[in-house]
Design a protein around this ligand. Structure first.
Ligand SMILES: Cc1ncc(COP(=O)(O)O)c(C=O)c1O
Length: 448
């Protein structure tokens, strides 16, 4: 049979053989650790209006002077639009970096604007810091529990997290020392300790001032870096601030943010790093975003220069304190015996421990059915711990909604306890026991 002269018809790009691998089979190995956080998975249901969400950590922006900000935005575009809407420096707008140094001075930090790298939220700084320090398999120390976004970055770079327990005064130095000795005996030096010293997310505790130098000293002795993450430090309810770890040791990598003190949607955060780290961090930032958005940086800069941001932060803190009080009152009033929690002196979160046998992750769908959402404790550990804990965020709902949310949560807990009393079984699903851990599991117990 004569061969046809017609060339084979071109195939659409990417479909070359019948046996082409699915795109998911081409994922890099490091993506295996990228799983949706329990909190993100929750967002869709928890944001239904009938559900009282005590789950997310969304700042409450109701007190922001939106009219004044609108005028600022308009003026920014009209007067400086050609700069604000243009690419900028990879390290960030110089004027803002100077102002950031003024903000950090409130917590005792003396810094050179040249050592500040502006990022798209402090989450980006955290991600970049992990990227430049961690190879797959490296160990990172973090409080247990720890911030879910940090755990996500550590997992994405295949770092292994070793948790250090806290008590009501924050990270326990003796447990840090023990963990470092155990790791040293295995020939392991962690890359850094990741710590949230003030108004911890999710534990709500603050690292005692007397412990700060000790923690730094332990890390220095073992050759371990320190990454201090401090988005809540200015949101203390007593009006006091604490000396930043970075104010005691200039080798600390410090992460800051305007998300909780101004507006999270602008996505402006920063890292203050030692000069030896700065260039590598800027290169990493450049490869991620070329430069942080000029527009939002310039808006934050104008806000800091032209508005009474100190008073604004005070207003925010007062609103959060009212909400914290509503939460604490409701916990006292409604929760069944056997629940314990801490009393935060700032920030957004209360960490609650429920009676033995109740599994907060297993209980969550029942809570959502009862129209209340929380973040279950396991999401804040890299190792499956935390099934008896949960985080309650009081930052966003009104005090009335918070009270109602806790009343609903108490009903769900009572129902779990009833099932346990009737059938004598814990509500824990058949996953086996949570891993054993040393040290206290919960900060600052407070029983109703
Ligand atoms: C402890 C901690 N670090 C970092 C972040 C990220 O904040 P940003 O909005 O600046 O990226 C958060 C946000 O909730 C946080 O709680």
């Amino acid at each position: 049979m004569p061969q046809s002269d017609t060339p084979p018809s071109p195939r659409p790009f990417g479909i070359h053989t019948a046996a082409a691998a699915a795109p998911t089979e081409r994922f890099a190995a490091r993506t295996a650790g990228m799983t949706a956080s329990e909190i993100r998975a929750l967002f869709a249901v928890a944001s239904r209006p009938e559900v009282v969400s005590l789950a997310g950590g969304m700042p409450n922006l109701a007190a922001l002077p939106l009219g004044a900000l609108a005028a600022e935005v308009s003026d920014l575009v009209q007067r400086e639009g050609e700069v604000a809407l243009q690419y900028g420096s990879a390290q960030g707008v110089p004027a803002l970096r100077e102002q950031i140094c003024d903000v950090m001075a409130l917590e005792g930090i003396r810094a050179d604007p040249d050592d500040v790298v502006v990022t798209v939220g402090s989450q980006m700084a955290l991600d970049l810091v992990t990227r430049i320090f961690c190879d797959p398999g490296d160990v990172v120390l973090a409080e247990g529990p720890s911030y879910v976004g940090a755990l996500g970055s550590f997992a994405a770079y295949q770092a292994r997290v070793v948790h250090i327990a806290m008590d009501e005064h924050g990270l326990v130095p003796d447990l840090l020392r023990d963990a470092l000795r155990t790791l040293a005996a295995q020939g392991i030096t962690p890359k850094f300790l990741y710590t949230i010293p003030n108004f911890h997310n999710p534990a709500g505790v603050t690292l005692a001032v007397e412990r700060r130098a000790e923690v730094l000293e332990i890390c220095a002795t073992h050759g371990v870096g320190v990454v201090e993450d401090n988005p809540y430090g200015l949101l203390g309810f007593s009006g006091r601030t604490y000396p930043a770890l970075r104010s005691l040791d200039s080798s600390v990598v410090y992460l800051g943010s305007f998300s909780k003190t101004f507006a999270s949607g602008l996505r402006v955060g920063w890292a203050l790093v030692p000069p030896a780290v700065r260039d590598r961090l800027v290169l990493a930032a450049e490869s991620a975003t070329l430069c942080p958005p000029s527009f939002t940086q310039m808006l934050v800069s104008r806000y800091l220069a032209g508005h009474d941001w100190h008073s604004q932060i005070k207003t925010f803190a007062e609103a959060y304190r009212d909400r914290r009080d509503a939460l604490l009152d409701a916990l006292e009033t409604y929760l069944p015996e056997g629940c314990t929690w801490n009393v935060p002196d700032g920030g957004f979160y209360v960490w609650l421990t429920v009676p033995e046998g109740v599994d907060t992750k297993a209980m969550l769908p029942r809570a959502v059915t009862a129209r209340v959402a929380y973040a279950s404790g396991t999401g804040f550990y890299a190792d499956g711990f935390g099934s008896r804990q949960l985080r309650l965020s009081y930052c966003y709902p009104t005090p009335e909604r918070i009270t109602e949310g806790v009343r609903r949560l108490a009903g769900v807990l009572e129902a779990e306890l009833d099932v346990m009393r009737t059938f004598g079984t814990p509500t824990r699903p058949a996953l086996g026991p949570a891993p054993a851990r040393n040290g206290p599991q919960t900060p600052g117990p407070h029983t109703p």
